[in-house]
Design a protein around this ligand. Structure first.
Ligand SMILES: [Zn+2]
Length: 292
């Protein structure tokens, strides 16, 4: 946790809306192949390959979806009111509201122009603008925004919040990891470009990553999510009752089938369930303890 606060101040900006889209992608990735295309262009899957990145596979998908929403806002465009006067507000895009909410800017820099505005041509004559000029202006604003650090920071903050909500959803995480595993299986490290040499070294063979033991922070995150119990049969693995708990940190999408060394691909299993599973495809459970 070096240098990073262990606390998240949630703004809940679109958290559930983004989570809903991400969940749909995780459970039915085949329905979203077109939407996901840009993410996996030119060996984009290699970004997911390094072991135990704190910026997990789920964080990446969330940022991608959040960015997509902001891009979608520019068509229409989606306007949110801004300013002290509720009767005559200025209008801004959701992205500028989000930047303000997260304390990344004080004031929005871009206001959605009023449609009836006229433009003075070089000849000095006022003319109507093209029918889509407001949308075009919003789109350009988003394009410029995408290149800025504050926008990256915004997506990072949103990803942290959505991750917090979704990390409990083992079924969705398993779906995501199976999909990514399917993509990884198509990668032959022997055929990767020179600049991907580092990624190639992480493979044990075609379509398979080397096993790297999960670090303590990843184990702890999974252990606390499962409340110290086997995710399948609920056996207590906390070590409070049993002196020799047989806790196994299992790759839901197995390495042998292209699974990633990623936090979102882990679950806690007892020895018996882990043996039963071995490399066969056993789905994770969606069973949780009640809060009270
Ligand atoms: Zn078990």
């Amino acid at each position: 946790m070096s240098g990073k606060s262990q606390w998240i101040e949630h703004e809940y900006f679109r958290t559930y809306r983004i989570a809903t889209r991400v969940e749909a992608i995780c459970l039915n990735p085949v329905n979203y192949l077109r939407e996901l295309e840009a993410l996996f262009l030119e060996d984009g899957i290699l970004a997911f390959v390094p072991s135990w990145q704190k910026d997990t596979a789920l964080h990446r998908i969330i940022r991608y979806v959040a960015d997509d929403f902001f891009a979608e806002d520019t068509s229409g465009p989606v306007c949110v009111p801004w300013g002290p006067d509720p009767v005559h507000p200025q209008w801004i895009l959701p992205v500028d509201l989000a930047l303000h909410l997260y304390g990344l800017v004080e004031e929005p820099e871009f206001f959605i122009p009023e449609e009836r505005e006229l433009i003075r041509g070089e000849d000095g004559i006022l003319r109507q603008r093209t029918p889509t000029w407001v949308e075009d202006a919003c789109y350009e604003h988003h394009q410029d925004m995408m290149l800025t650090q504050i926008y990256e920071d915004l997506l990072t903050r949103i990803a942290e919040e959505v991750f917090f909500v979704m990390f409990l959803n083992r079924r969705a995480l398993e779906g995501l990891n199976r999909h990514l595993a399917g993509r990884l299986q198509d990668v032959d490290p022997g055929y990767l470009a020179e600049e991907d040499e580092e990624a190639a070294r992480l493979f044990s063979g075609a379509g398979e990553l080397k096993r790297v033991r999960p670090p303590v922070w990843a184990k702890r995150a999974v252990f606390y999510r499962e409340r110290g119990r086997c995710a399948s049969c609920r056996t207590d693995l906390s070590g409070l009752i049993d002196t020799f708990p047989d806790a196994n940190y299992d790759h839901m999408a197995p390495l042998a089938k292209g699974g990633l060394n990623d936090l979102t691909n882990l679950q806690l299993l007892c020895g018996r369930c882990n043996l039963k599973k071995s490399d066969k495809s056993v789905v994770s459970s969606n069973r949780y303890r009640r809060w009270y």
